[in-house]
Design a binder for this molecule. Structure first.
Ligand code: FE2
Ligand code: FE2
Length: 313
């Protein structure tokens, strides 16, 4: 997402004096505006092109991304289980193997359908139940949590629910509804990533903890705003320019958070970070999820700008 550094690509948009932009944010918006196609009609929200969101999910790409995430969740859970819980360890290993096999099958096809789609749906339903069961056991004090935070189990359960939703109904209806849904989902995920990082860093890592605390405040605020905007959108406004402006803020901060996660991963792999993170892969995993959020915004924003805003009209 980093190739273009030309801030003059979209002078109108970047005249917005409320939000300072950096090169990566500028590059992101250049691509978004390159994708915006202005339709010649009096009221764009009435255009047949805008009745249905034309941005299509690539279900196979989604499946490849999320299957890797599911396999890694099972690994993180396994590494966090206490050594006196062999049955749960065997279950976690089962899911690592299950998703590893599914990933190999996904790599060999061009279209996701038939038996593989059915097997994937079954596997995701099973891992959702496994994560929920583990969480229930901990909530009810039936099993020791090891180093699996209850909120982490709930977080990975929600991510699996999202994957299942994409497999079951992959074609979105309205771009603005979908954008706000995505922002509410992902901003909560991003906020929780920061909270996990804060609790996994060694207390002596004061500088990094301070940076993470600043991110936590920012993302808590963004999540709250996204929920407000999603609620207001229930009144079905024809256009909602504020969402585009808000998303500018989201993109800028998510790029910064993504870079923070990438730097933490690099430090961990170089053994320059004090923490109780079970594997540096966890830091790469949360960086990939931030990139996924940015990719989803990049796909949806041109639709929202074109169909549900009066910007660039
Ligand atoms: Fe995850
Ligand atoms: Fe996550």
């Amino acid at each position: 997402m980093n190739e273009c550094n030309n801030t003059k690509d979209n002078p109108e948009y970047f005249d917005d004096k409320y939000v300072p932009v950096d090169a990566e944010t500028t590059s992101f918006w250049s691509k978004v505006y390159d994708s915006v196609k202005i339709m010649d009609c009096k009221d764009i929200s009435e255009s047949p092109e805008c009745k249905k969101c034309v941005c299509q999910y690539n279900r196979l790409e989604e499946a490849r991304f999320w299957s890797r995430i599911m396999e890694e969740h099972a690994l993180f859970i396994l590494l966090g289980l206490p050594c006196d819980q062999p049955k749960l360890q065997i279950e976690a290993k089962f899911f690592i193997n299950l998703f590893s096999d599914l990933r190999k099958r996904l790599d060999e096809i061009c279209k996701l359908e038939g038996d593989l789609l059915d097997d994937l749906i079954k596997a995701v339903k099973l891992i959702i139940e496994f994560k929920a069961k583990l969480l229930r056991l901990i909530i009810q004090c039936k099993e020791a949590p090891g180093s699996n935070y209850p909120l982490l189990l709930d977080h990975v359960r929600r991510e699996a629910e999202r994957f299942l939703g994409l497999l079951l109904k992959p074609i979105p209806e309205d771009s603005l509804d979908l954008l706000l849904q995505q922002e509410v989902f992902w901003l909560r995920i991003m906020k929780e990533h920061i909270e996990f990082v804060i609790h996994l860093l060694d207390p002596s890592e004061r500088e990094l903890i301070d940076q993470a605390e600043a991110f936590r405040k920012t993302f808590s605020r963004l999540l709250e705003t996204a929920r407000d905007l999603e609620s207001m959108n229930e009144t079905n406004p024809k256009n909602f320019n504020t969402v585009v402006r808000f998303t500018q803020d989201v993109v800028r901060n998510t790029i910064q958070l993504r870079n923070f996660k990438a730097a933490a991963f690099e430090l961990a792999t170089l053994c320059e970070l004090l923490s109780i993170v079970s594997t540096p892969l966890l830091l790469d995993h949360i960086r990939r999820e931030a990139d996924k959020f940015l990719c989803e915004l990049e796909v949806l924003l041109p639709e929202v700008i074109r169909c549900r805003s009066t910007l660039k009209k």
